[in-house]
Design a protein around this ligand. Structure first.
Ligand code: PLP
Length: 440
């Protein structure tokens, strides 16, 4: 205590992960003291409304004593059990609860420590399944540009972000990216529907170039998050990708790390298009709402059986399926389902969206309001009519983020690819939010 206490008071001594993000001398963010409901409190007692659930993760809000208790209870029983040696009640319980929500088509859950790992578990599982079912030539994944699938090299090879590709392509597997069905700033003469068809044609063309028999899977965020800000494609796109994948025997993999867990007004994003469900689903973030690092892959029985009966899935990490992660996940699922939070996300999402649309009517810098449920984003523009962004160097969303902090609102500004796809604020508060808090 003496050493840490004295270090933290010395301005010259740097410590913490902030050092990796901020130049020396830059103003540091406030120090968090506590968090409850939709609010954070800093060490000086200032309150901040969490308008983005952190990085769109804290779906059930902060400081929930039932989750604390569930984690503490499990820690007292057994904090750790390696899944290759022991089963845990917590894992069985979490799996059962998740599968009951997922419905037909999903029979098994593989628990990971986060979203990137959940995505990579899908990638490796798809590959092992292909090899074990006599299709070793299948080796390519196709994903969208822009997209975000995680920070580790495998997940990043799917991520469509030119600035990341410039840095990391030399040390990771080459990705195959096709245009995402964006709905804002469309090419001249295109509507959202015609552009979605253009994107489907681009996908078909890429499959043809690679050779359909070499493609393992198409990885898609059904409703985008950090890469393009809550983009929802026209319905025909979801039907289209399902049909193309089925026709070519390619797995359709939904990355629902951000769009799952009740945020969009359904437990899973895929429920918005129930006739076109994916084969595999990656989950994280809201599934444990920030109380513990948890991710998961949902998989169907026939795939798991084929892999399990031919030598098993050669993939496990030290923290795979830890009892603490499962206890946290199960408690969060119970919180989501027993308190009507999914309906609340839909109702409060409608209210928040209406408010943001009113803001757009009076503020020239709000160029678009989009999303589903409480997965919303507002595009920040210099000019509503031309949809032109502010110059990249200006970092207008960063400026709004700073103003937000001064006003007591923690926002999540985003812009990727050097700003070529624009810039926006994620407006994704915890799904426990009330109507008066939406208005605030
Ligand atoms: N996939 C999507 C859609 C995400 O938004 C994220 C994180 O933001 C990830 C994957 C990676 O998750 P994690 O940061 O937990 O590794």
């Amino acid at each position: 205590d003496r050493i840490i206490g004295s270090r933290s008071t010395q301005a010259s001594v740097k410590s913490g992960v902030q050092d990796f993000f901020l130049p020396v001398g830059a103003q540091r963010p406030p120090t968090i003291e506590s968090a409850e409901g939709i609010y954070y409190f800093d060490a000086s007692g200032r309150r901040y409304l969490d308008a983005s659930s952190g990085p769109v993760a804290v779906n059930i809000g902060h400081g929930n004593p039932r989750i604390h208790e569930a984690i503490a209870n499990q820690a007292r029983k057994a904090a750790f059990a390696f899944p290759l040696s022991f089963q845990s009640e917590a894992n069985l319980h979490f799996t059962e609860a998740l599968l009951a929500l997922a419905g037909p088509g999903y029979d098994h859950v593989y628990v990971t420590s986060g979203g990137s790992e959940a995505v990579e578990t899908c990638m490796k599982f798809a590959r092992v399944h292909a090899v074990r079912t006599g299709q070793p030539q299948r080796r390519h994944f196709i994903s969208l540009d822009p997209s975000y699938h995680g920070a580790t090299l495998g997940a990043m090879s799917l991520t469509g972000d030119a600035s990341m590709a410039a840095l990391f392509d030399p040390i990771m597997a080459a990705g195959n990216r096709v245009p995402a069905p964006l709905t804002y700033r469309l090419p001249e003469g295109e509507t959202a529907e015609t552009y979605a068809r253009t994107c489907l044609r681009a996908l078909e063309e890429r499959i043809a170039v690679l050779g359909a028999e070499t493609v393992l899977g198409l990885v898609v965020e059904p409703i985008s998050g950090l890469s393009s800000g809550a983009n929802v494609a026209p319905d025909l796109y979801y039907a289209g990708i399902r049909e193309i994948c089925t026709r070519h025997d390619i797995l359709l993999i939904y990355d629902e790390v951000l769009s799952g867990s009740g945020r969009t007004g359904k437990m899973f994003g895929f429920e918005h298009w129930p006739d076109h469900k994916p084969d595999l689903v990656a989950l994280s973030k809201g599934i444990s709402s920030g109380y513990f690092p948890v991710g998961a892959m949902l998989a169907p029985a026939h795939m798991v059986k084929a892999v399990a009966e031919t030598g098993g899935f050669p993939h496990a990490q030290t923290y795979t399926t830890t009892p603490l992660a499962c206890a946290a996940g199960a408690a969060v699922l119970k919180e989501i389902t027993s308190n009507g939070l999914i309906d609340n996300a839909r109702l409060m999402g409608d209210r928040l969206r209406a408010g943001l649309e009113r803001l757009m009517a009076i503020s020239p810098v709000v160029g678009d309001v989009r999303g589903r449920g409480l997965l919303l984003a507002i595009e920040i523009v210099q000019d509503q009519a031309t949809k032109r962004s502010f110059p990249f160097e200006r970092n207008a969303v960063g400026e709004l983020g700073r103003i937000g902090m001064e006003e007591g609102i923690a926002l999540y500004p985003r812009r990727t690819n050097g700003g070529i796809f624009g810039e926006w604020l994620m407006i994704t508060p915890p799904i426990i939010i009330s109507d008066t808090q939406v208005d605030e």
